[in-house]
Design a protein around this ligand. Structure first.
Ligand code: FAD
Length: 392
């Protein structure tokens, strides 16, 4: 069985996949985003580039984009995927282009996801794609449905039927090609529709093993109950559950939204509340590993260490198909590469897409890095250590 204690401080392993030039670029970018005012400035610049179509694409491409994205198209991205594979790190292929809210845009996104499935299918036994349902239908439209009525509306509303067809096509292709499909979680007020659709797909496509995965944002107070409900349904109806566990990316937005509507915040009031809920969900999933395949998607070392202990406690020897770890490309390489080195299933969410269309994604990465306490300085310190180590 794999090593129980993983040393996540080994920077030589963490950055072994980066050339000296790539390491320097990463160091430069992390130095930039260490300063919140710099992130604000970059946000402005990105806004001007989009609005006035300024010819500074190369600036972004050679800095933030190269650190957090794998390429502008599949050809460039395939090189990154092959490179990661050399270090036993799997790719979760993720097309990041955001923004096009037209029917044409949704169809194009669907085709792209199907191409992504085709691109990763030979990575088996573990091939993955990430899917954002907001790329398949306008979330503003989805938000107009109340939980009580959308089930009926799927039978009558043409747009909902189209969404259903798109989601189903993706799951069919995933199933046919042995590619696991991770549906991302977004804002709480669209999650009930997402849950409904994804549960239906799990019932249909997760008969032999988990192909379809939902994402649970464990900062939401209702998710442990939802997880238990899913597990009990899967037990009774004989299908497998796929769950990607995250803490959740929209704390402030959720709180503001609830406040505006005079409702209680759906998010835990403290970081500790979220941490406990995340770790509890990991424990529930791993305890039920005969039924649940889990992706532990986090940059939190403590949660990963706890999960490793549970993998051993529950003797999940065949965790090849049961437990996956994942971090975002350009972040927490010390976790990804040290996990892989110690033979745990380790993967990177690997985003790609045209530079202009990836801007919102890049800005979220910069903001997220600065808003999570100590995240940027931790990354920066590790990069500095590795730069110094290579000098010697
Ligand atoms: C591979 C991967 C896939 C992801 N996919 C998704 C996705 O589909 N949907 C999505 O929403 N996010 C997604 N994320 C982002 C994720 O939800 C987190 O925002 C991010 O990973 C930071 O959390 P952490 O567990 O890595 O680390 P930590 O630094 O330990 O946790 C930070 C998180 O804790 C929570 N938090 C912080 N302060 C408070 C507070 N005061 N009160 C309550 N909670 C607080 C927030 O969720 C914050 O993001 C993904 C992340 C990864 C690594």
């Amino acid at each position: 069985m794999e090593n129980k204690s993983v040393n996540f401080d080994d920077v030589s392993i963490a950055f072994s996949y980066k050339s000296d030039a790539e390491l320097k670029r990463m160091f430069f970018v992390y130095r930039l985003i260490q300063k919140p005012f710099m992130v604000k400035f970059l946000t402005r610049v990105a806004f001007w580039i989009i609005k006035y179509k300024l010819p500074f694409k190369f600036l972004l491409k050679n800095t933030m984009f190269q650190v957090f994205c794998a390429g502008v198209d599949l050809n460039e991205t395939k090189k990154t995927m092959a490179h990661l594979k050399k270090y036993d790190v799997y790719t979760v292929l993720d097309y990041v282009a955001e923004g096009d809210k037209s029917e044409v845009g949704f169809k194009k996104n669907l085709q792209t996801i199907i191409k992504n499935i085709d691109c990763v299918k030979n990575e088996s036994p573990n091939a993955f794609v990430g899917v954002k349902i907001s790329g398949l239908e306008d979330v503003e439209y989805l938000k107009t449905f109340k939980q009580a009525d959308f089930v009926e509306k799927f039978k009558t509303e043409h747009r909902l039927q189209l969404l259903h067809e798109r989601v189903e096509k993706i799951c069919q292709e995933g199933d046919k090609n042995n590619v696991k499909v991770y549906f991302d979680a977004e804002e709480r007020n669209t999650q009930d529709i997402f849950d409904y659709l994804i549960e239906e797909m799990m019932r249909k496509y997760n008969r032999q093993k988990a192909v379809v995965y939902n994402t649970l944002q464990m900062y939401l107070k209702d998710r442990i109950d939802y997880l238990n409900k899913c597990i009990s349904e899967a037990k009774n109806e004989h299908f497998f559950i796929g769950m990607k566990l995250v803490r959740g990316a929209y704390v402030e937005k959720e709180r503001e939204e609830a406040k505006k509507l005079g409702l209680e915040s759906p998010v835990f009031d403290t970081k500790q509340g979220t941490d406990d809920s995340f770790n509890h969900a990991v424990q529930i999933c791993l305890e039920n590993h005969d039924l649940v395949a889990t992706c532990i998607a986090t940059h939190n070392m403590e949660s990963i260490q706890k999960a490793i202990i549970l993998i051993h406690e529950y003797q999940i020897n065949d965790h090849e198909n049961k437990v996956f770890f994942s971090q975002l490309y350009g972040m927490s390489d010390n976790l990804t590469f040290n996990l892989a080195k110690n033979k745990y299933n380790s993967s990177k969410y690997v985003p790609y897409g045209e530079v202009e269309k990836a801007i919102p994604y890049l800005l979220r990465r910069a903001e997220e890095n600065t808003s999570i306490e100590g995240q940027v300085s931790r990354e920066f310190e590790m990069l500095k250590q590795e730069k110094n180590r290579r000098k010697i």
